[in-house]
Design a protein around this ligand. Structure first.
Ligand code: MBD
Ligand code: FE
Length: 327
């Protein structure tokens, strides 16, 4: 597959100081000085992962998807052009602003700006987090996942799955259509929810330890209205997370513990247990919808639906018990 991971995200927001506070003090990203109305944030050894452009106020600016080779940009552009989708080669100035060697861009059927890039620039200075966190889980899994609100999922499926080569991980059809896609071992780097809107729903960043998420959750508490979804655990990717409101009307999911799938053997399938195993009360949502989601969780819990926690040894393991008994 050509696309390898979610490389970067661009936001258009005039609320630059609010974004800086959120990104550094709560999330633990590192702000890098870019001058003017541009703020950039590091999560790892790359020069930037998140960019906020204060000259516009439109929510999502762009999603940047990474390929390994320059030739991948050419093959994708050729495929799109034969399909009648206009592709623009990024200028040198744009590639410099993104801190990548080269990129192409186009719009998806929902009008979202998609960029595909090759060869990100690495910083010479080590990553210094904005608050003491263990770090972000990026590398081959990419910077996290992005989820879009869509009004009509069919043309978007044709575009992302059939033309761009995103692989379906799983999908749920109730209470709304929700499709998850992978490009690597991360269960989903991209998802779409057919909510009737066209906008960013959230993006997720994954932390190195559960304590990073728990301490972030505590930091968010005194900030009235900051938490959008309470702490909870997702059914499909096993991520334990909470969601924060952002200055741009969408959410950021702050998570830990994502499973790593094997893309070679993974089979797409429908899911029936709802999005969350427990928690994730959507504090902003009307009670009727909240109640439906809560009933799905309670039903899954009553059926004993759980996922293994790899960091904790299994209970009642005769071998482990015998080792401990001998010590
Ligand atoms: C996710 O990461 C997510 O954000 C939702 C809504 C459901 C399952 C996994
Ligand atoms: Fe998510």
């Amino acid at each position: 597959m050509e696309l390898k991971s979610l490389g970067y995200i661009g936001i258009q927001s005039a609320k630059l100081d609010d974004w800086s506070n959120l990104a550094t003090r709560l999330l633990g990203m590192q702000e890098v000085d870019r001058g003017g109305k541009l703020r950039a944030f590091r999560m790892d050894d790359r020069k930037q992962r998140l960019v906020v452009d204060g000259d516009h106020d439109n929510g999502l600016g762009f999603l940047g998807w990474e390929v390994d080779h320059k030739s991948d940009l050419q093959s994708i552009a050729a495929r799109f052009e034969s399909h009648g989708t206009a592709v623009t080669a990024g200028s040198r100035a744009l590639a410099d602003a993104r801190h990548v060697a080269e990129l192409i861009s186009f719009a998806d059927p929902g009008g979202n700006r998609i960029e595909i890039f090759w060869k990100p620039e690495l910083a010479s200075e080590p990553f210094v987090p904005g608050r003491p966190i263990s770090g972000f889980r990026t590398g081959p899994l990419g910077m996290g996942h992005a989820v879009l609100n869509v009004d009509d999922i069919e043309p978007m499926l044709a575009f992302y799955r059939d033309l761009l080569g995103f692989h379906v991980s799983d999908y749920g059809l109730t209470p709304y259509k929700l499709y998850f896609f992978h490009l690597n071992g991360r269960h989903h780097s991209f998802a779409m929810v057919e909510s009737g809107k066209r906008s960013m729903h959230h993006f997720m960043v994954e932390l190195g330890s559960l304590d990073d998420v728990g301490q972030g959750y505590d930091l968010a508490q005194p900030d009235e209205g900051r938490v959008a979804y309470t702490l909870g655990r997702h059914t499909n990717d096993h991520v334990t997370s909470f969601y924060s409101h952002t200055p741009s009307g969408f959410f950021i999911e702050y998570g830990w513990g994502g499973r790593v799938i094997d893309p070679e053997t993974w089979q797409p399938h429908e899911t029936f247990d709802g999005p969350s195993l427990w928690g994730h009360e959507r504090l902003y949502m009307p009670e009727d919808m909240r109640g439906r989601l809560r009933n799905m969780r309670l039903d899954a819990a009553a059926r004993g639906v759980q996922v293994p926690d790899p960091s904790v040894p299994p209970l009642n393991c005769p071998w482990l018990d015998s080792v401990i008994a001998r010590e």
